[in-house]
Write a protein of this length. Structure first.
Length: 33
């Protein structure tokens, strides 16, 4: 059970980080142009 939870959390965490990075890059691009 715990292993499943950990897998879900880590997967979501990675997705969240990618989303944050994407948002940050978009903001950077907006301020540049």
């Amino acid at each position: 059970m715990m292993k499943i939870l950990m897998t879900l959390i880590s997967r979501n965490h990675r997705r969240m980080k990618m989303n944050l990075l994407h948002l940050w890059l978009v903001e950077k691009a907006d301020s540049c142009f």
